[in-house]
Design a protein around this ligand. Structure first.
Ligand SMILES: [Zn+2]
Length: 231
C-alpha cells in the first residue's frame, strides 16, 4: 500500500503547509485518514474524493477535520461518503458533520472491519477529546497511525505486528501536554521493530523531533508533504 502525505503539521499549518491528512491507496482501494486544513486541495490533486472507500477522522480537533467543512460542498449532489469518527462525546464539530447529507457517519470506536482492500482496526488513545489510532493491514503489510495521543496501555497492542508507525511528533521536548514525548514514543516503536515515520510537526524545524527519536530508534523518517511512500 502507498501512503501520500497530504498534510503533516499540527495544531496549525506552517507557511505553505497543511495540517494532518493522509491518503492510503492500494490498487483500486483508497481511504483517507484525517482531513485537516489545506489537505482537500492536495487530495483533489491526487484523486476525486468520491472514489474513496471511506474517510477516517481520528478525532475532532480542527487540525484533523477542518477541511470536512469544505469537502461537503464538493460532495454536494454526489453519493454520501462513509466517514468513521468518534461519536461518543457530543461536540459542535460532530453536530456540524451530522448535519451534512454529504457524509454517512459511522462510529470509529471498536472498529475492526474490511474497508475496500484494507483491514482497519481502531485503538482508543488518550487526548483531551476521544482520539483513535488506526491499524491498517493490506497485502501482508501493516501501518499504525497513532493519531494524537499521550502514552497509554493501548500503544503496545496497537504496535504489535506493525511494519510502519506514523507517529504524533508534536511534542519533541517531552514536556507535559496532550502529545506523547517523541523520545518515549520512539523507544516504544523501536522495541516493536516497526519503522518510525514522524509527522504532525508543531514547528517548521523538525530537527528536535528527529534528533530525539534518533537517540532511541535506528530507523527514523520525517515525512514530507506531497510525497508518496510505500508502506
Ligand atoms: Zn492534532
Amino acid at each position: 500500500m502507498e501512503l501520500t502525505v497530504l498534510g503533516k503539521y499540527g495544531p496549525y499549518a506552517q507557511p505553505g503547509g497543511a495540517t494532518s491528512g493522509y491518503l492510503l491507496e492500494s490498487g483500486a482501494s483508497a481511504v483517507v485518514m484525517d482531513l485537516g486544513a489545506g489537505t482537500l486541495a492536495r487530495l483533489l490533486a491526487r484523486r476525486p474524493p468520491e472514489t474513496l472507500d471511506a474517510l477516517f477522522l481520528s478525532h475532532l480537533h480542527a487540525d484533523h477535520m477542518s477541511d470536512m467543512l469544505t469537502l461537503r460542498y464538493y460532495l454536494s449532489g454526489k453519493p454520501a461518503l462513509k466517514v468513521f469518527l468518534p461519536m461518543e462525546k457530543p461536540c459542535p464539530e460532530l453536530e456540524l458533520l451530522r448535519a451534512c447529507p454529504a457524509f454517512e457517519l459511522r462510529e470509529i470506536a471498536g472498529l475492526d472491519e474490511r474497508v475496500g482492500l484494507f483491514q482497519v482496526r481502531s485503538f482508543a488513545m488518550t487526548h483531551p477529546v476521544p482520539s483513535y489510532a488506526l491499524k491498517i493491514r493490506e497485502g501482508g503489510r501493516t501501518l499504525l497511525y497513532t493519531a494524537d495521543s499521550t502514552l497509554n496501555d493501548n500503544w503496545a497492542p496497537a504496535l504489535e505486528g506493525a511494519d510502519v508507525c506514523l507517529m504524533d511528533a508534536a511534542n519533541p521536548e517531552g514536556l507535559p501536554g496532550p502529545h506523547i514525548p517523541v523520545r518515549e514514543g520512539a523507544g516504544l516503536v523501536a522495541g516493536s521493530g516497526a519503522a518510525l515515520w514522524l509527522t504532525h510537526f508543531s514547528s517548521v524545524d523538525e530537527g528536535p523531533a528527529v534528533r530525539a527519536a534518533s537517540e532511541v530508534c535506528p530507523e527514523v523518517l520525517a515525512v514530507e508533504e506531497g510525497r508518496t511512500y510505500r508502506v
